[in-house]
Design a protein around this ligand. Sequence first.
Ligand SMILES: [Zn+2]
Length: 531
Amino acid sequence: MKASRATNKWAAKSSILALAVSASLHASVLPEHQTKSQWFTDAQANISEKLTLNNQLKAKNVILFVGDGMGISTLTSSRILQGQQNGQSGEEGYLSFEKFNHTALVKTYNVDAQTPDSAGTMTAMMSGIKTDVGVIGVDEDIERGNCATVAGNEVVTALELAEIKGLSTGIISTARITHATPAATYAKSADRNWEDVSDMPEDAVNAGCKDIADQLVNFERNLEKRYAGTDVNGIEVVLGGGRRHFLPKDETFNSADASSSVEGDRTDGRDLTAEWQQQYPSGKYVTDQTSFNAIDTNTTKHVFGLFNESHMQYEADRTNDIAGEPSLTMMTEKAIEILDNNNKGFFLMVESGRIDHGHHAGSAYNALTDTIELAKAVEKAYSMTNPEETLIIVTADHGHVFTIAGYPKRGNPILGKVVGVGSTEASLASDGKPYTTLGYANGRGMMSLSTTNADDGYDSPVNAGRKDLTAIITTDSGFHQEALIPKSSETHSGEDISLHATGPGAQLAQGVIEQNVVFHMINQALELIKE
Ligand SMILES: [Zn+2]
């Protein structure tokens, strides 16, 4: 006790000394145009703020934000677009979470893959161990697609441990709620594609493996069965897309905003939304903006929101939804209002699932605008919680083969063609054609569509390689960037992604870490596993 106080005193003295030394040095050595420059004073203020950080390690709540496919080039270009949408140059700004004081680089590979997928990466973040590509909530001894290898290889997740501890829990995704990232919080599956029973091979169904939607709706029962004597109350907040996996393949079960003639996919005739309602009679099942808005967050204990039959809309396309759907920020706000009714605390996972889809389709516009929306959701979460009791982590599962290239001048539109320093005309490449700052190493290639929805690009043939962009407005929402190598869908990348953290325990985000360290950060902050 005494020794540590002495150490702290010494540390405080030495940092004051360091500041004093640097102050006296710059006063005499550095010219005023340097020390009075805003670059200089801003950067010094940044250091001073860091010197005042506290060192609390235990949190009451943890919120984990996952930007699916949100690599570092996505962060940089989204930050620039955000600034430019506000009339600034863009480069000098920050996405909300980029101001968090603690950052680490994260290695994303799976046990059997150099470039990972979301199933293996999210299982790592949720369980503390790395596993194979394409599998959910099971360790590396699994054989993908083989139901018989699931038993005995299941892992326990942070969300399950939080439930057992009596915390409230929530999952949000703009993708289908049965998609890899959200599924890895609650399901165990030999294949990420087993979203409903019709997606599974017959022998797996016969052998007793359950589809992912079934596992979500029966989460409480399954967890109590696995740990005899535990009494949990289920996931309080589930918000996302993917109704098709919960409804029978029968048009009489269609929702008000079904876009297919038969919305449901289930071939076993079960209506899992009704099964959920039976388990939680006072819970609210909602499918559109109006019923979402009507949820009373003081009295509602369980919410199940499925706002689209497949993935939810891209943020830029959201107002086109038939019955209306909430934004990621609105869902985050609603979830926290419900979860914070529990004075023991909560664990919430929020996935921005469609950043990944924008990139896969080759549309930087959709990937970047969804990233900006994620930054808004983080800002909302930060403003609604006490920074002394809530650890907020913002990270990605993997990156994409997406680059920011050429020598565009400061403030050049990030979605535009490269215009060099001192110039007003687009620069020409060695082939005599203009080129964009943003591009993909592989994918479907250049498209100039009239719609915002990136997925519309899948209706056009692959158009990779160099194209003449002279007459094309690349800043339009329907523009898809060029890609070098033709692929039916642009791919993930294998480089590190970043992790940003604030709140108690955030100081453990440092250096280059394996992705499964994320679980251990959450665990140490919430003390999920007691020795
Ligand atoms: Zn992906």
